[in-house]
Design a protein around this ligand. Structure first.
Ligand code: GAR
Length: 211
């Protein structure tokens, strides 16, 4: 039987949901969420920032906001499945000690194993830079440009056992312009992500979204 989605408790400004944000790179999405959270009282707050390496640039955003940040590199010297599981165990132990309640994937470029997803199903959210189900995977901008589409966008979804397949919570379109390359398209899409993701996280934490 499929593992059900179990949603987080109802949050309030007095008892905000404790978010863990997971990143792999520069963390511009993390920065936009932290800015959103610092603007006014919210029913969520970021309690830990985790990255899959120690030198992910985005860890600095967490540090300068006074949030616990931990880079957890993939352990060496194990067979690939063992390595993934060992890495996820280290992540899980940080999540436990920070008492995180919801996981926000923000440019986190690794796929969780089904056993990890099972523990968090209904409480892991991701943003993907395409209009899913179009262009899942690691190169959505390259794929959109190769397909010659004139519109792409971004999708916020709950994570399930598949790759970019979970229930969609929100989507927003972005035009592809004449002469775009991967970088120009990525930058235009990110600007929209930085508004859509914090707004969607906020609605989700207030219990205003259903699947
Ligand atoms: C964002 O565009 C995000 O949607 C994408 O990585 C970028 C991270 O940028 N995520 C994925 O492609 C996940 N499959 P950032 O590090 O500047 O926030």
């Amino acid at each position: 039987m499929e593992t059900p989605f179990i949603f987080p408790r109802a949050a309030s400004i007095e008892a905000p949901l404790r978010l863990a944000v997971l990143i792999s790179g520069g963390g511009s999405g993390l920065a936009s969420l932290l800015a959103f959270q610092s603007l006014e009282p919210r029913c969520h707050r970021t309690v830990i920032v985790l990255a899959d390496s120690r030198n992910a640039g985005g860890l600095e955003h967490g540090k300068s906001a006074g949030i616990t940040t931990v880079g957890i590199p993939i352990p060496m010297g194990l067979e690939s499945t063992e390595r993934r599981l060992a890495h996820e165990n280290m992540i899980q132990s940080q999540l436990k000690s920070s008492k995180a309640e919801v996981l926000i994937l923000s440019g986190y470029m690794r796929i969780f194993t089904p056993s990890f997803v099972e523990k968090w199903k209904g409480r892991i959210m991701n943003i993907h830079p395409s209009m899913l189900p179009d262009f899942p995977g690691a190169h959505p901008h390259r794929d959109a440009l190769s397909a010659g589409v004139t519109t792409t966008g971004c999708t916020v979804h709950l994570v399930d056992e598949g790759v970019d397949t979970g229930p969609i919570l929100a989507q927003r379109e972005v035009p592809v312009l004449e002469g775009d390359n991967e970088e120009t398209l990525q930058e235009r899409v990110k600007k929209v992500e930085h508004v859509l993701y914090p707004e969607t996280i906020d609605l989700f934490c207030r219990g205003r979204l259903s699947i």
